[in-house]
Design a binder for this molecule. Structure first.
Ligand code: IDP
Ligand code: MG
Length: 140
């Protein structure tokens, strides 16, 4: 399988607890290369746009509030089968249901404060990477 890219976000609950390095180590030790990265504070509008797919879900408002409650680290990851690989490393949305050793099992605090975001398909990955990064900010 060819190299693939995916969008990852280290969420406010994780940056608050200074877990960026530990989470990045998991990516790097498992064949994902961080080819773009920046620490930013999302605006409400950015968070609303990014999660627009969840607009009708009951947790949408809270999710947006949470995502703008502190800094996040947005990053593009590259590697073999990167989208699925990252989803495997992340674990299930609810940390209580995530497999042992996954990022969410290790570091998630709850179903909302679950430490990381990862794209769920190659198509969404491309759109999400474009949402945060220009071509010159991505160095593979
Ligand atoms: P994913 O991040 O595993 O792809 P999604 O269903 O796409 O999960 O949900 C996006 C984010 O919304 C989750 O990562 C989590 O932060 C939050 N979320 C999902 N389901 C719930 C819920 O039932 N209650 C509160 N927050 C939720
Ligand atoms: Mg999702």
């Amino acid at each position: 399988m060819a190299k693939q890219r995916t969008l990852s976000i280290i969420k406010p609950d994780a940056t608050e607890r200074n877990l960026t390095g530990k989470i990045n180590s998991i990516f790097e030790e498992n064949g994902l290369r961080i080819i773009a990265q920046k620490r930013i504070h999302l605006s409400r509008r950015q968070a609303e746009q990014f999660y627009a797919v969840h607009k009708e879900r009951p947790f949408y408002g809270e999710l947006v509030d949470y995502m703008i409650s502190g800094p996040v680290v947005v990053q593009a990851l590259e590697g073999e089968n990167a989208v699925l690989k990252n989803r495997e490393l992340m674990g299930a949305t609810d940390p209580a249901k995530a497999d042992a050793g996954t990022i969410r099992k290790l570091y998630g605090e709850g179903i909302e404060r679950n430490a990381v975001h990862g794209s769920d398909s190659p198509e969404n990955a491309a759109a999400e990477i474009r949402f945060f990064f220009s071509d010159t900010e991505i160095v593979g």
